[in-house]
Design a protein around this ligand. Structure first.
Ligand code: FMN
Length: 172
């Protein structure tokens, strides 16, 4: 094990945050890290909207049951993909950038939770995201509430996901 692997194994979705502001320069630094994520032809087909306005966070938190944590997060981030910039690979590229951001955030003591908001029309309208861009996800970001209880994580057994040479052939 090394520090990176330990971080990967430790990361969990945290949906409750301390009432403690997050420095905007830190958020900018984390987004700079995200810009280092691999993308096809290095096109970086993504944008990040940093949301601090409580009324916008509140409206977004009402999108669905799984979005409630946005309301108590000091910062929310909308991740936007650009199919017009990278028509064939934007989906993969933007996920790479999202995970770079998330893991970098955990590495500095922040916690993050996703909201499934893929192309949510209401959220796109609230955030004035142009039609040709894709809203991928909304992230709650903040310092973790230590009283938030994380349930043990169910992780698939390796033999369920690893094949050798051909699909379905167990690695053994
Ligand atoms: C694409 C995506 C959408 C998700 N949507 C939500 C959501 O709407 N609300 C939420 O609370 N968690 C959401 N999550 C978090 C997952 O529930 C969580 O990652 C999963 O249960 C595994 O738990 P862990 O992140 O603690 O390892 C989402 C995660 C991903 C990757």
């Amino acid at each position: 094990m090394n520090e990176v692997i330990e971080l990967l194994l430790r990361r969990r979705s945290i949906r409750s945050f301390l009432n403690k502001p997050v420095d905007m320069d830190l958020i900018k630094d984390l987004i700079r890290v995200a810009n280092h994520a691999p993308s096809s032809m290095n096109r970086e087909p993504w944008k990040f909207i940093v949301i601090t306005d409580p009324s916008i966070k509140e409206r977004l938190s009402e999108l669905h049951g799984g979005a409630r944590h946005l309301a108590n997060a000091p910062v929310a981030i909308a991740v936007v993909a650009e199919p017009d910039v990278s028509p064939e690979t934007w989906m993969v590229d933007v996920v790479n950038a999202t995970m770079y951001f998330v893991l970098a955030a955990y590495s500095v003591g922040l916690a993050v939770a996703w909201v499934a908001a893929f192309e949510n029309e209401t959220a796109k309208e609230i955030l004035k995201i142009p039609k040709e861009k894709k809203l991928i996800t909304l992230l709650s970001v903040g310092y973790p509430d230590p009283s938030y209880e994380v349930k043990p994580k169910a992780v698939k057994a390796p033999e369920e996901v690893i094949f050798l040479n051909r699909y379905g052939n167990p690695l053994g």
